[in-house]
Design a binder for this molecule. Structure first.
Ligand code: FAD
Ligand code: NAP
Length: 313
């Protein structure tokens, strides 16, 4: 059987694409997800910026629970499989699965998301989601009128530090060099903000805490000194890895256009440079990396798949 649409990744983008594709009348829609559906947001203890959802007792896991049920109700199939690659043969695509026979599909929507990089200091994994965060938009409000640390010297770190400085009483930016990758205008804006203190030539050695979460951060300064900051929030912005490996062919080249950061180049209708291949969510260029945006992309991509198949038939 040839699938009408194969969706790779079952986060907010993939599940929304599945809902719109199956409810939109496509007969054979299968979502391939290597783990439990839900995506990155299932790591979050709370979500409070998804419109219409305002329940502080629910975690990201609770929030995503009904998304898959809704897709199954309208006929989307789910296979718990890791996709290893996607390649085009004639008009259709082959979806290669880890340790299984490939599946054929007329269209593919790649929604494999991104993974915030971890910095690698002691305690980072232990306190991830309990004071250590990679999302200021999501978690910044929990530190209203409190002090936080931001790690990193790129555009994301400095922009997010600025965002946090409007919520938090004080923001420390810790950066391992004394020059920044961030745009000079962004650096200047941050330097001018009264409640931001920049600590350069410094790394985080360890984050400590207890079962209530983080309560301190130990810094190592390049001159050999150390410093302890007593605070409960630490934001790590040391870059993102886009999960684009499924789009890499055997010769190491991508099957569609990607930018220098590996983000898939797509237009506003989620079309990639390869006909019949669509993307949605964090994997695409200029993704705002928010659930509501990933869901919007998922809907757009599925509607485009439906139009594409109508034109093709
Ligand atoms: P993802 O959520 O990354 O989902 C991708 C899915 O693809 C994953 O389930 C993964 O297992 C699967 N996958 C990857 N590769 C393969 C493969 N080869 N084969 C099969 N499956 C594969 N956003 C907000 O709007 N509000 C918040 O409060 C918020 N809080 C956050 C808190 C945390 C801790 C984190 C990490 C992120 C948070 N975000 C928040 C960001 C938000 O979660 C992401 O922007 C959103 O999940 C992106 O959705 P996506 O579907 O594009 O990708
Ligand atoms: P980035 O540019 O790769 O910067 C990552 C930062 O984290 C760097 O300062 C790096 O330090 C630091 N870092 C990396 N690993 C670390 C570790 N283990 N411990 C401590 N620090 C570590 O990532 P980004 O800021 O997410 O930006 C990604 C891309 O998106 C960039 O091209 C950026 O320009 C772009 N972007 C643009 C905008 C905008 O245009 N408004 C906004 C956001 C992002 P070093 O500098 O020492 O390597």
């Amino acid at each position: 059987m040839i699938l009408d649409c194969a969706i790779i990744g079952g986060g907010p983008a993939g599940l929304t694409a599945g809902l719109y594709a199956s409810r939109g009348g496509l007969q054979n829609v299968t979502m391939f997800e290597k783990g439990m559906p839900g995506g990155q947001i299932t790591q979050s203890s709370e979500i409070e910026n998804y419109p219409g959802f305002f329940d502080h007792t629910k975690s990201g896991m609770d929030f995503m629970d009904t998304w898959q049920k809704q897709c199954f109700h309208f006929g989307m199939k789910h296979q718990m499989e890791e996709v290893t690659s996607v390649y085009k043969v004639g008009d259709n695509f082959q979806i290669a699965l880890a340790g299984k026979e490939p599946v054929e599909a007329k269209t593919v929507i790649v929604c494999t998301g991104s993974t915030p990089k971890r910095a690698g200091f002691k305690g980072e994994d232990e306190f991830f989601g309990k004071g250590v965060s990679t999302c200021a938009t999501c978690d910044g409000f929990f530190y209203k009128n409190r002090e936080v640390v931001v790690l990193g010297g790129g555009d994301t770190a400095l922009e997010e530090a600025f965002y946090l400085s409007n919520i938090c009483s004080k923001v420390y930016i810790v950066h391992r060099k004394d020059t920044f990758r961030a745009a000079p205008s962004t650096v200047e804006r941050v330097q001018k903000k009264d409640n931001i203190e920049i600590i350069t030539n410094a790394v985080i050695n360890e984050v400590v805490g207890d079962n209530m979460g983080v309560n301190g951060v130990y810094l190592g300064i390049n001159d050999g000194s150390t410093r302890k900051l007593d605070l409960t929030g630490l934001f790590v912005f040391v870059g993102h890895n886009v999960n684009n490996m499924v789009l890499k062919s055997n010769n190491g080249e991508f099957i569609c256009d990607v930018n220098e950061n590996g983000q898939v180049i797509a237009n506003l209708r989620m079309h990639t440079s390869l006909e019949g291949l669509f993307v949605a969510g964090d994997i695409r260029i200029d993704a705002p990396k928010q659930v509501v945006c990933a869901a919007g992309d998922g809907a757009v991509s599925a509607l485009e798949v439906i139009s594409y198949l109508q034109e093709r038939s």
